[in-house]
Design a protein around this ligand. Structure first.
Ligand code: FAD
Ligand code: DHB
Length: 403
């Protein structure tokens, strides 16, 4: 017989979606258990996203996990688009009425959330094995797993599938329920983390004949840089010097700007895809974050979108436990998908504008340059980029649901 635990919400995955959900629920007096198959160390050291929208920062502050973020986060009020060797600034503050973004690594967000969960007695179980979900369509769904060789079962009212793209919750939904929408891109990103002071105060997105490049950062001492590469690029084929050389070429500027270099601490290749599953719920199982959708990284949206999903889910669960009403839960997928598709559109657009496609023609390249010229010279176009980049306002009204 398995060891049985009882909770209100069983959460699979201790990434940003799972941990934010668990802590938000705790703040509303709702119990949860989070099950994570990796170790805490692994999750907290994994190098991933670094750009937080204003909505995300505001939420983390409201949740009481924003102290270190306030101290160490780098607030930016613009980004640079660089093409034909010239930089063009998109001024977020001016174009969005004062909004900005904050540079703070996903791993640091997870450390802050784990500390908050532990300090408030939260149950986050790491290194669990063979997680499976059952009876999602009943009022008593169950999650089974093994921990240190023991069979365990969590009995709950709801399951949140926050287990990322290579997940178990989404594939557990019966065939025929979900529709998948997908686009693969014929390139990836090769990313490095380097011990080098960032060579710019703000992020630089560069369009170059040899492919896209991005200069980002994690702190005043650490740069995060990416170059467009083949989708199946073998990182071992790239020496550090080759990476720096490619970055210097693609980021070069006519103004004599120099790229600061330093020892490479970490490097890896990330694939690029757009993916959405509809609906994002089945019975009492709710999918959130990367388990329901993936965006290509060019708009820096993956982490932020995951957090908005669980904000919407938490409001539905709060309504259920406080008032016994399922209205918000029943519309969860519709409310999320309105935003998901807008963010998909923006991420696809940024990706299409800034990358070289293997089969592109001189016409395509001229069109991309014209689009960059337009975005950086028309206030209306720059405003469109800015308002999407800093994050669209959270619309969780029920009135537009289904539209
Ligand atoms: P995840 O962060 O993937 O969390 C899911 C959690 O579930 C993980 O901890 C995983 O270990 C756990 N899990 C998986 N399967 C199971 C199971 N069977 N049982 C229990 N637990 C399980 N976004 C950006 O905006 N900018 C970037 O630069 C960027 N870089 C990225 C680089 C990489 C290599 C990857 C993979 C993603 C990157 N992203 C980036 C995307 C961003 O990090 C994700 O959108 C974000 O992590 C989504 O959060 P999540 O909580 O939905 O999923
Ligand atoms: C970073 C990642 C992104 O995808 C992006 O668009 C901007 C910055 C980063 O890792 O810092």
């Amino acid at each position: 017989m398995p060891t049985v635990q009882r909770t209100q919400v069983g959460i699979v995955g201790a990434g940003p979606a799972g941990l934010v959900l668990s802590h938000l629920l705790h703040l509303h007096g709702i119990e949860s258990i989070v099950l994570e198959n990796r170790s805490r160390h692994y999750v907290e050291e994994r190098v991933r996203a670094g750009v937080l929208e204003q909505n995300t920062v505001d939420l983390l502050n409201q949740m009481g996990v924003g102290d270190r973020l306030k101290r160490e986060g780098l607030v930016h009020h613009g980004v640079e688009l660089r093409f034909n060797g010239q930089g063009h600034r998109i001024d977020f503050r001016e174009l969005t009425g004062g909004k900005g973004i904050t540079i703070y690594a996903q791993a640091e967000v997870l450390k802050d959330l784990n500390n908050a969960r532990i300090a408030t007695g939260g149950q986050v179980l790491f290194e669990v094995e063979d997680v499976s979900v059952h009876e999602m369509n009943s009022s008593r769904p169950k999650i089974r797993y093994r921990k240190d060789g023991d069979e365990c079962e969590v009995q709950c009212d709801f399951i949140a599938g926050c287990d990322g793209f290579h997940a178990i919750c989404r594939p557990s939904i019966p065939a025929g329920v979900l529709t998948e929408y997908e686009r693969a891109y014929p390139f990836g990103w090769l990313g490095i983390l380097a011990e080098a002071p960032p060579s710019s105060d703000e992020l630089i997105y560069a369009y170059h004949e040899r492919g896209f490049a991005l200069l980002s950062m994690r702190s005043p001492h650490i740069s995060r840089l990416y170059i467009q590469c083949k989708p199946d690029e073998d990182i071992n084929d790239w020496s550090d010097e080759q990476i720096w050389c490619e970055l210097r070429t693609r980021l070069a500027s006519a103004s004599g700007w120099n790229l600061t270099e330093g020892p490479v601490q970490q490097k890896g290749v990330t694939g690029m895809r757009s993916f959405v599953v509809e609906p994002m719920q089945y019975g009492n199982l709710f999918l959130a974050g990367d388990s329901a959708h993936i965006v290509p990284p060019t708009g820096a949206k993956g982490l932020n979108l995951a957090i908005t999903d669980v904000q919407i889910l938490a409001r539905g669960l709060e309504q259920y436990y406080a008032k016994g009403k399922r209205e918000r839960l029943d519309h969860y997928s519709e409310i999320c998908l309105r935003r998901v598709w807008k963010v998909q559109r923006f991420s696809w657009w940024m990706t299409s504008m800034l990358h070289r496609f293997p089969d592109d023609s001189p016409f395509d390249r001229r069109r991309q340059l014209a689009e960059l010229d337009y975005v950086t010279s028309s206030r209306a176009a720059a405003k469109t980029l800015a308002e999407n980049y800093v994050g669209l306002p959270l619309d969780d009204s029920l009135s537009g649901a289904g539209k």
